[in-house]
Write a protein that binds this ligand. Structure first.
Ligand code: THU
Length: 148
């Protein structure tokens, strides 16, 4: 799958997005943690971009599913997002890690996030709830000149 979109232009349901996230999870490369994660990011224009975690034998190099989905979206020209669904095999719904929250915040704190598990548990948040008092691009505009 590269990107998907509802065929008639209607928005996909949350369950449709969860199914896409579970499908992406099946393609995770997680031989070290054995914790497979799938994510789908829905752009304002209805396109849906998938990601999975991609681990490395050099452990810190591994990347989370959410940031893979974000990179997938950005390189495809999407810059504005409305929903993110994450799928894991955890016993309780897992929220995106701090690094992914910051990466997503670059594109707006209104993002609606749902996390689903294989056992049917689910949780929802707005990104702004998960990353309050965040540092964002607007703060850089007040930065002093370099060297001052
Ligand atoms: N992981 C994600 O893909 N997303 C998260 O929000 C949390 C953690 C991945 C990173 C690593 O490959 C594995 O899950 C275990 O931490």
């Amino acid at each position: 799958m590269t990107e998907t979109r509802a065929p008639d232009g209607d928005a996909l349901s949350w369950e449709d997005l969860a199914a896409e996230a579970r499908s992406a999870r099946e393609r995770a490369h997680a031989p070290y943690s054995r914790f497979a994660v799938g994510a789908v990011l829905e752009a304002d224009d209805g396109r849906v971009f998938a990601g999975c975690n991609v681990e490395s034998a050099s452990y810190p190099v591994g990347t989370c599913a959410e940031r893979v989905a974000l990179g997938h979206a950005v390189v495809s020209g999407a810059r504005s997002f409305r929903r993110l669904v994450v799928a894991t095999g955890a016993p309780v719904a897992a929220s995106p890690c701090g690094m992914c929250r910051q990466a997503l915040a670059e594109f707006g704190l209104e993002l609606e996030i749902m996390s689903v598990t294989l056992n049917g548990a689910a949780a929802t948040w707005r990104l702004g709830e998960l990353l309050p008092a965040s540092f964002g691009p607007e703060q850089l505009t007040a930065a002093p000149e370099a060297g001052s």
